[in-house]
Design a protein around this ligand. Structure first.
Ligand code: F6R
Length: 241
């Protein structure tokens, strides 16, 4: 495990974007696993700058997002599909046909899970999976539980997750209760994992995830078993290590 701690958010974002763009510069047909949420926004901004400066092209890249809310259409401004178009896909030369986000409004959600896993497996091994970290230790939307699922599946979001997500919705009843998420098995199959965490409010869970016992009660602790894990932290998130 390689842990890098940065003094400023700007440095952290530049480092994160540098890892992702470096991967694409070395392998223009790279397969990227992407995340949403507040944490990677600055990284995507930097990545767009790198593209605009002519240093990288995404036109042969394939991307798979980790998750999507159930019941929210891709056009909804809080969908993860919308988020990805807003922060990255619409601003770079990616082929949108190769930028996949699971569909939370599929008529048959179980079938959508199977389709998504098959799509990833038929495309190839994810070269690098970008991850944020939930306050309760979730990765993707794999919430703490006595057991975790390997493949893409539908999850009931934890209360803590719904509370954290509520900041993006205008009314409590609009906050999605369920999500479709890549499973931990698929996440751990990625060749490289890039975990990014910011803020003092995540310091405790960073410590648990990276140094605590490996347990399904803290899904991110399973990352300790990955042979190529890089962790990017700001000083506050890394303050208890
Ligand atoms: C998002 C995702 C989630 C977030 C996590 C942290 O695609 O999979 O696991 O990474 O909830 O969210 P933020 O970055 O908003 O603190």
């Amino acid at each position: 495990m390689n842990i890098l701690t940065f003094d400023t958010e700007e440095q952290l974002n530049e480092a994160g974007a540098g890892v992702l763009s470096g991967m694409v510069q070395m392998n223009p047909s790279a397969i990227l696993g992407l995340a949403t949420g507040g944490t990677p926004i600055g990284i995507y901004e930097q990545l767009v700058q790198t593209y605009k400066r002519g240093l990288v092209s995404f036109n042969k890249v394939t991307t798979f997002n980790l998750d999507e809310y159930v019941g929210i259409t891709p056009e909804h401004h809080q969908s993860y599909s919308y988020y990805m178009r807003q922060h990255l896909f619409n601003q770079v030369d990616i082929n949108i046909e190769q930028a996949y986000v699971p569909c939370g409004t599929a008529t048959d959600l179980e079938e959508e899970c199977v389709r998504y896993d098959r799509l990833i497996e038929n495309t190839g091994q994810i070269d690098i999976q970008l991850l944020g970290l939930g306050h309760n230790g979730h990765i993707g939307f794999n919430e703490p539980s006595h057991a975790l699922l390997s493949g893409t599946h539908i999850v009931e979001l934890a209360e803590a997750t719904k509370t954290a997500n509520a900041r993006y919705f205008s009314a409590e009843e609009e906050v999605p209760q369920k999500a479709i998420t890549m499973g931990v098995g698929m996440i751990l199959k990625a060749k490289n994992i890039l975990l990014v965490v910011k803020g003092e409010d995540k310091a405790e869970i960073v410590k648990r995830a990276l140094t605590g016992p490996i347990s399904t009660n803290c899904p991110a602790s399973l990352l300790q078993t990955h042979p190529h894990l890089t962790v990017l932290l700001d000083r506050a998130a890394g303050s208890l290590l």
